[in-house]
Design a protein around this ligand. Structure first.
Ligand code: GTP
Length: 355
């Protein structure tokens, strides 16, 4: 079995984080998200992974290489222009040898891929789609199926109140190779809007594999923070080594309010308060009397004396000046400098695209 992980999106909703880091390489508790996805594929017995990339692909290639360090074989196919979620699959056709998984590169889930393989084997058809039930389906692709689980309709982002179901596309598919014959070559094609409806219109069967697994799309800042809260609380089972508190937890000073994950070489002043729901990556520094709550700080972030940070994501090496206040929902980019005493209002975006 092969897997194609879609990693070519620009991740515009996660800007300015994605100016410097492609979305699949955004760290989840200090490890690039894609590395966690690779781990799941490995556990399911999958060794052959194809990565259709295009936006900042070098960061992905530099980290994973040919995959041999993971005992996997990784093939990169770089798109000159974004080909969309189905066009990207068509573009890697020559590397696909049989049935294959497709994973959106930004979905964190505890889905059991082996169980999904067994489901597809039992049901047959051209493919199986992973579905989950959500409270507000209007923001998602709704998928309607019959009692035999055969899919009868796709309704993308229906207006509130008109949703035909609460079951939505969770971004993991298992296809027979013949699906690739249904995608036109050489142009941008959306799997959700074009290919799925076409498969149904031509009378082929797709089946709905609905589970109650943990599932979150990391593509929005509030989801990224929610995913970390869930990981820290254990709601999302994730192997964190060694344990949830991290390499730097033992020597941490200051007032630590768990759950908190602290990586190596982190310095916290004795009068600082960190937590709950905080991740501090390698080399972060937290100044005297500073407070950090509900936030994820990537490596090398410096927080000045007396600064206050609430429910914020801060990318690598950013510096928060003394006495600055960063209000909830904010996102701060790589190497950004927030001046001393500055106040960033709720949901601020602070950071420039690289020159
Ligand atoms: P936003 O710009 O914030 O919407 O993010 P995105 O561009 O990543 O788009 P979206 O979340 O809808 O994409 C779902 C998955 O498909 C992600 O893993 C993307 O990396 C991937 N993806 C989206 N468009 C393309 C594309 O044109 N080519 C490839 N190879 N992957 C894509």
């Amino acid at each position: 079995m092969q897997a194609i992980v879609l990693v070519g999106g620009e991740g515009t909703r996660l800007r300015p984080l994605t100016y410097g880091t492609p979305k699949p390489m955004v760290p989840i508790a200090n490890v690039p998200f894609l590395a966690r996805t690779m781990e799941r594929l490995y556990e399911a017995g999958i060794r052959d992974v194809i990565l259709p990339a295009g936006y900042l692909p070098q960061a992905i290639v530099d980290y994973f290489g040919d995959g041999s360090k993971l005992d996997m074989n990784i093939t990169y196919v770089i798109e000159d222009e974004p080909l969309g979620t189905a066009g990207a699959l068509k573009n890697v056709e020559q590397h696909v040898t049989g049935p294959f998984f497709v994973l959106n590169g930004d979905v964190l889930t505890s889905l059991d891929l082996r169980a999904m393989m067994a489901f597809h084997k039992e049901k047959g058809g051209l493919g199986a789609l992973h579905l989950i039930k959500v409270e507000d389906p209007s923001a998602f692709g709704c998928i309607v199926h019959d009692d035999d689980l055969r899919i009868s309709a796709f309704v993308e982002k229906p207006a509130k109140g008109t949703e035909p179901t609460d079951e939505v596309n969770a971004g993991t598919y298992l296809f027979d190779r013949a699906v690739l014959d249904m995608i036109p070559a050489g142009r941008n094609v959306s799997i959700e809007r074009e290919t799925f409806p076409k498969i149904l219109a031509e009378g082929h069967a797709l089946y709905a594999y609905t589970t109650s697994d943990y599932w979150i799309d990391l593509g929005r800042p509030e989801h990224y923070l929610a995913a970390h809260r869930d990981i820290l609380s254990g709601a999302m089972p994730l192997r964190l080594e060694p344990g949830l508190t991290g390499n730097g937890a033992a020597g941490a000073r200051g007032t630590i309010l768990p759950p908190v994950h602290i990586d190596a070489n982190v310095t916290i002043a004795a009068t600082a308060t960190v937590g709950p729901n905080v991740v501090l990556a390698e080399g972060c520094t937290i100044g005297e009397r500073a407070t950090v709550r509900g936030s994820v700080l990537w490596d090398g972030v410096q927080v000045g004396d007396g600064a206050s940070i609430d429910e914020t994501i801060i990318a690598s090496r950013a510096r928060i000046g003394a006495g600055a206040t960063i209000k909830r929902g904010s996102v701060i980019g790589h190497d950004a400098i927030v001046p001393p005493g500055a106040v960033l209002e709720e949901n601020a975006r602070y950071g420039e695209p690289p020159k």
